[in-house]
Design a protein around this ligand. Structure first.
Ligand SMILES: [Zn+2]
Length: 198
């Protein structure tokens, strides 16, 4: 006859059950997180193309039009960044890592803007400069602005903007207006040469 198996010490059994539970919860979390990220990305990419408001994104008072108060981090949860062209968003954040390695904190003062917000900026510039012609030197129309299509980002403050003017081409980022050291677009391949600013 086989002798009965010795009883498992109760403390060790409890520890084993706990370990199994923690592992199961951890695996479930990883599986969910893995599926949520691409879904959110796809939703935002779609919003970028169609301009349709995304539920839960950009519906905060005062920020749904892409208005940025002061400066925000390049990876902040803000509609001005969420609706950037995904390639521009990636280049911006890679550049921010490069800047950080040089001790520079690259921040963002503007990204995607609604057409209404762009028109508001143009109207304000016409008031400020006294004529539409003069205002158009500084602010584009909703049709002309690369901010309304999510293809431009303004960076700050001054030192990071100068850093990007020197190093941006390594990430494909180019200053596209000669009078706006803060305004960048994807205008070359990473490591390529930037076209002369307009
Ligand atoms: Zn700009």
């Amino acid at each position: 006859m086989t002798p009965p198996a010795p009883p498992v010490p109760r403390g060790r059994l409890t520890a084993f059950v706990l370990l199994v539970c923690v592992t199961a919860v951890g695996l479930a979390y990883l599986a969910l997180a893995d599926h949520a990220a691409p879904a959110r990305r796809a939703l935002l990419a779609e919003a970028h193309v169609t301009g349709v408001p995304v539920p839960g994104v950009g519906d905060r008072p005062g920020s749904g039009d892409g208005r940025v108060e002061g400066l925000i981090a390049p990876d902040a949860d803000h509609v001005a960044l969420d609706r950037l062209d995904p390639d521009l968003y990636d280049a911006l954040n890679r550049a921010a890592v490069g800047a950080a390695e040089d001790g520079i904190a690259l921040q963002v003062s503007s990204g995607w803007r609604s057409r209404a917000y762009q028109q508001h900026l143009l109207d304000a510039a016409i008031q400020k400069y006294g004529s539409r012609e003069e205002a158009l030197h500084w602010v584009e129309t909703p049709d002309g602005s690369s901010h309304t299509s999510g293809d431009a980002v303004d960076v700050g403050p001054t030192e990071p903007a100068y850093w990007l003017s020197q190093h941006g081409s390594a990430y494909g980022l180019c200053q596209t207006y000669s009078n706006e050291i803060w305004h960048y677009e994807l205008a070359t391949r990473p490591g390529g040469a930037c076209p002369s600013p307009r």
